[in-house]
Design a protein around this ligand. Sequence first.
Ligand code: NAI
Length: 333
Amino acid sequence: MKIVIFEFEEWERPYFDHFMDKNDVIFEQAPLDEQTASKYQDADIVSVFIYSDLGCPTLKQFKQLKFIATRSTGFDHIDIPYCTQKGIKVSNVPSYGENTVAEHVFALLLSISHKIPDAVNRTRQGNFSQEGLQGFDLCGKTIGIIGTGVIGQKTIKIAKGFDMDVLAYDIEPDTIAAKKLDFSYVSLQNLLSQSDIISLHVPGNKETYHLLSNPEFSLMKKGAILINTARGDVVDVKALLQALASEKLSAAGLDVLPEEPTIREESELLRSLFTEKHNLETLLADHVLLHMKNVVITPHSAFNTKEAVARIIQKTVKNIDEFCEGRPTHLVN
Ligand code: NAI
């Protein structure tokens, strides 16, 4: 079979070694998109990371694609209904590092609460002044967790370690976990109006698109803080800017942004200026956020620890193995 590994990095090569004997394996550093798909139309299996764009225009170029193994939990970069219709199976890595992303939530939150980016910039310049660096305790604050799957629950466990009160909202509440971890489910409205800090842990899909927009921000406590490690489109970024400008929100910690791949790649940014594909207003809002002092942004790196990426690649290789053996697992369609 022809297997193409997109968004390939050299350190991943040994993990794919054992496919070499029986298959034609191609390593491609570029993401899979409309352009790169045209080079590999005869692929049987592709593996991608999150910066690939597996929409219909990309997918329809493949003549015999049978299986997509994404090296991620989220699969919002793949047109799943199209794959299902064409009989293309898709697997993800459902859990590889709930602790990794949950730890990153607190990296963002502590950066805000202790003003770490400002403090570090200052000491690097030899300035040891305390002025404007007063932060706040997490202990005793209420954190609202939206989405109580594996990452949401790990975030709750860590929050409990900080002696925080936890409120949660999920379309499918896990009452056993609520009892075990000692947290309460409330309506989304109550969570928004009662939380000092709100952390998002839902998947990116049609239902969660702009889950937080103007009406939701207006319900929040004045001075609330938003942490988003889920997906950029879960938050209406223009509404977020307004909430920050009006000081409804005092700060935000974001690992994900809408239009994130466009911001990441200058060539993609340039291309977006000439196409209808990207929302330039959203892109502009992203750029404003990047320069706000009370917004801490990381480049979708919450997953990126040595341990977690090793687990992702091992589990992806296993997904491909199991598909080739006729007993696929971790299918999302
Ligand atoms: P999960 O599937 O275990 O949990 C998701 C939870 O969200 C479920 O409990 C589900 O019932 C709930 N949910 C779904 N739709 C909802 C809605 N409309 N309203 C309220 N709750 C809803 O997923 P997991 O592993 O906890 O990951 C969550 C998300 O985190 C992933 O889908 C992915 O987008 C993101 N992620 C981000 C990473 C990063 O590097 N920043 C790395 C890994 C995941």
